[in-house]
Write a protein that binds this ligand. Structure first.
Ligand SMILES: C[S@@+](CC[C@H](N)C(=O)[O-])C[C@H]1O[C@@H](n2cnc3c(N)ncnc32)[C@H](O)[C@@H]1O
Length: 289
């Protein structure tokens, strides 16, 4: 058998402890995301692909390019995207959308002065590919159709510019809309006949018009967001931060809610909202004073 060093395939050079620590510190500093040791192999795989894409021999060359040869700012966006976990679904943690539809929306509408049709504002604050924002928009559109009528706008934000671009495209594999109830699937998605790829669907223009996406970093001290938002979905992102960052982000986002506005955290993140002066009205669902 040929010795490994004699093979044609180059030996893949791994990420050293020092390099992993350097990438970890950068990502934590810029996004709040902790690259725990359990994520090392996954991160290394992604860095290796990135290095190959740029024509570099291995992750050490990539690391030198980023940290020693002035490549950091040009690579930052790509590096941040590599460090994020973007798993999402339509109607993910469906109980939240049931509560949103049956209880939160009627209460928010009832609290508005009579007369003009109110305008509700919803913010999906770690929006990934937009599934959460479009789910909220479908629920809002259905409620407005049932009446009494109201206007609404949904904002989706994410630190990854790649995810923001995907969310704006609003094109999904057809399999991804399986959790969407059939009447809504028929009303709010179109098969991609124009591209000939019927395995893809696109959110209809009427719903897309109601949903806007922008890049935003939750750990920034100042967020360019209105301060009269009705409902904020902040789900399945706090788990990537350390406890002080989790609390700081929740405190900061709560300032963007109108009085009696509602903050919704992921089911596994529900405990983070405890002891912060909110009224808990469901699992991970908090009303601000
Ligand atoms: C697991 S997804 C959750 C998506 C959706 N909220 C849900 O529950 O299905 C987490 C998202 O948070 C984003 N994210 C991570 N750190 C962030 C930060 N500092 N600011 C804004 N978004 C961030 C990631 O890019 C990713 O798309």
């Amino acid at each position: 058998m040929k010795a490994l060093r004699d093979c044609d395939t180059p030996i893949l050079q791994g990420l050293s402890d020092a390099e992993f620590a350097q990438f970890g510190a950068l990502i934590r500093d810029r996004t709040g995301i902790r690259l725990t040791p359990s994520k090392r192999a996954h991160m290394e795989g992604k860095l290796r692909k990135r290095a190959a894409f740029l024509g570099l021999a291995n992750v050490s060359d990539y690391s030198r390019m980023v940290f020693d040869r002035g490549g950091l700012e040009a690579e930052l966006d790509a590096l941040i995207h590599l460090a994020t976990t973007n798993k999402t679904d339509f109607f993910r943690e469906k109980l939240h959308f049931d509560l949103f539809d049956k209880s939160l929306l009627p209460a928010l509408l009832a609290a508005r002065p009579r007369g003009l049709a109110p305008r509700l504002k919803v913010w999906s604050a770690a929006a990934s590919n937009g599934a959460e924002a479009y789910t909220a928009a479908m629920v809002l559109a259905e409620a407005a159709k049932r009446g009494p009528p109201f206007d609404f706008a949904v904002l989706g934000t994410d630190v990854s510019s790649e995810m923001v671009a995907e969310a704006r495209r609003a094109i999904y594999p057809a399999t991804m809309i399986a959790p969407v109830p059939e009447p809504l699937r028929l009303r709010y998605f179109l098969q991609q006949r124009s591209t000939g790829n019927l395995a893809q669907v696109r959110v209809v223009p009427e719903l897309r018009q109601r949903v806007r996406f922008q890049q935003l970093n939750l750990i920034d001290e100042k967020l360019p967001i209105d301060r009269d938002v009705d409902v904020i979905f902040l789900r399945n992102v706090l788990i990537y931060f350390d406890p002080p960052t989790q609390k700081a982000v929740v405190r900061r986002l709560a300032k963007h809610l109108r009085p009696s506005g509602v903050l919704i955290l992921g089911h596994t993140e529900a405990a983070i909202g405890n002891g912060m002066g909110f009224e808990q009205i469901g699992t991970g669902v908090f009303r601000v004073a």
